[in-house]
Design a protein around this ligand. Sequence first.
Ligand code: CTP
Length: 433
Amino acid sequence: MRNQDVTKTLTSTLAPEAMEALHDLGKIADGRGVGAFVVGGVVRDALMKRPCEDLDIVVEDDAIDFAEAAARELEGHVKKHRRFGTAILVLGRAVKVDIATSRSESYARPGALPDVAPDPIELDLKRRDFTLNAMAVRINADRFGELLDPVGGRADLKTGVLRVLHKHSFEDDPTRVLRCVRFSARFSFKLDPLTEKLLQDAVEHDLISTVSGERIMNEIRLILSEDEIWLPLKQLDSLGVLPSIHPNWHLPENAPSLFSKLPAIMKSPIGSIRSATLWHTRFLAAVSALSISDAGALLNRLRSGATLRNLIDELARFEVTARGRLESENELSRSDLYDALAPLSPETLAVVLASAGSIASGRVTLYLSELESVRPILGGSDLIRLGLEEGTHLGEVLADLRRACLDGFVTSKTEELEFVRRAIRDLDVENKR
Ligand code: CTP
């Protein structure tokens, strides 16, 4: 591909400010007498005509020194990662550039973080995961747009094939098992036969067990942040990747229906579901068949914090205490419905809605569209003014008042005042007994 055609392609997929940054960084590299390249996903996405936001740059230079020089010249900010010898350069409001030193990598053992050594760009490309991610475009001014494609990435892009660069790729970095599933699903690419065999071997040899929980979790988060997640999740399950993370991790039996309903729920959310974190919701759905103790062990393995744990606990509690009532044909008052769903976070509500039968689905929708925002006119301070002291009783009277509002027993401020005064009288009587 001619340099100007590559440049044209990059221009059509990158924001103008990002394109400008590439030219500026190329000139800075020239001033330092070093090679500079845009690499990986940016090149892949440009050749696929897919828009791309973040820039990955590799320099045949010390990345941190380079980033600092660039920040001085272009009035940007640098975030340094000394441990990895990389830097993030932020230019203006819209451009974020990841800068790394061109390097080769070797692995002491599967799953370990790599030992790195500075090396020319060709070797840097050859340490990468898949051919489609192993391309670079030079950004030095006089050769701007020169495509480097040492392992046939462009040919694989054309034929829709995902291929590792060598037979030890998954051993070097077992997170590539998860990346493989993610990229093949995202682009609807097939695996080349050897890559498929190596992938299966990697799962059979349980290479995932050598990877730290944080790194696995990061890959799971990336998969769960893709547009389409049903296909990769199904593949992870059928390949045995989920059980290699925790032996009892399988998708729930209702997964096909659950994951077919979730997208619409998350795309046009109602009520508090609007504030649900998408990947947390999907994670909760994906682990919804695990027992509480298995889910806890899985989260320990993934070094996950309290947020997901709380969601899992909430859903489990809901299943035991409220699911039956919600699905049943028996009448359920609006206040009982409120009480069953009010403890649930937005993510849990989304999963409950996606897994609900027709009766429960109508009820959850009623809750989200109407009941959850019902508030009495009187608040805590009004109740104190009416003579209640702060504490348990006040909370109880407020909750009762809300229930009365929900069920239509009180419909005006006067009726609310009457309700509260009666509750206070009843409490007084009780206290005197
Ligand atoms: N890479 C790799 N092996 C990994 C992770 C990353 O070889 N385990 C390389 C690939 O060349 C990849 C690049 O580092 O293209 C950047 O990685 P990342 O930002 O994770 O991926 P992108 O390709 O940019 O993909 P995405 O579109 O998902 O951001």
